[in-house]
Design a binder for this molecule. Structure first.
Ligand code: MN
Length: 254
């Protein structure tokens, strides 16, 4: 088993190393990650500029590839042959914040796993539901062990073709996790606000600001599972077609 570990927070993020270390008992691990933070970059394919790749060393002395591309580029490059040995699975994370509901199309963590599935390779995204405004060093140990447990299950039982697993882990000690829940995407509530300012030359510039998003903790959803202390596992697909709407639109007369 050859596992590619990547993330969207950049190669120096502690969640990446925690995930890589957790995967090592399962097989060969190759780390291929972006050289900077790409959080909320969505699904990217870099086409208008060349990509550079070099080798670096992680905090534990192990080697890793880094590129100036997006997380999905860091999956595409090795799968297209930059890493010669066949890759069986891509595991992305551990993101320091949850990826829930509508987050999944923004998330570099999740879209890296989607890139794997597009190439016919299994993809798992792992995110930690850390408390809002948390300062200091996050403890990734429970989420890392959960990630390993989920990957073990995928190895043992397989996955339906085309499925991306979006795993979110409550911020608790491992023995305080309630268990694992298979969920659907819940409703993310964004509280974005336009922040307009003036630069020193009097020209306007803008930030998408506002408060952190919240969500609706409905039963059966990713938000609901986390609110009760369960690991949330949401099977995602890349087919975004809204089939019920097709019947409505087919009645349109052009
Ligand atoms: Mn991130």
């Amino acid at each position: 088993m050859h596992i590619l570990v990547t993330n969207d927070d950049g190669v120096q993020a502690p969640g990446l190393l925690a995930l890589a270390v957790a995967m090592r008992p399962l097989g060969k691990v190759t780390v291929f990650a972006p050289d900077r933070n790409w959080s909320a970059s969505g699904h990217v394919k870099t086409m208008e500029r060349p990509l550079r790749v070099r080798e670096t060393t992680l905090a534990d002395g192990s080697s890793a590839f880094i590129s100036d591309g997006a997380p999905s580029d860091c999956v595409a490059l090795p799968l297209l042959g930059l890493v010669e040995e066949q890759i069986d699975m891509v595991v992305s994370g551990i993101n320091p914040n949850a990826n829930l509901g509508h987050d999944v199309t923004y998330s570099g963590t999740v879209t890296a796993a989607m890139e794997a599935v597009i190439s016919g390779v299994k993809g798992v995204a792992v995110s930690l539901d850390s408390p809002e405004g948390f300062k200091g060093q996050l403890d990734y140990s429970a989420a890392a062990n959960v990630g390993r447990r989920v990957v073990e299950k995928v190895m043992a039982d397989g996955l339906p073709e085309g499925v991306v697993l979006n795993v979110n882990v409550p911020y608790r000690k491992e023995n305080e996790l309630k268990g694992y829940m298979i969920t659907r995407q819940g409703l993310r509530v964004y509280r974005d606000a336009l922040d307009s300012r003036l630069d020193p030359r009097g020209r306007p510039y803008y930030w998408i600001g506002g408060q952190s998003p919240t969500g609706v903790a409905e039963e059966g959803t990713d938000f609901g599972a986390l609110a009760e202390g369960y690991v949330s596992i949401t099977p995602l697909q890349l087919d975004l077609t809204y089939y019920k709407a097709m019947d409505v639109l087919k009645k349109w007369e052009f």
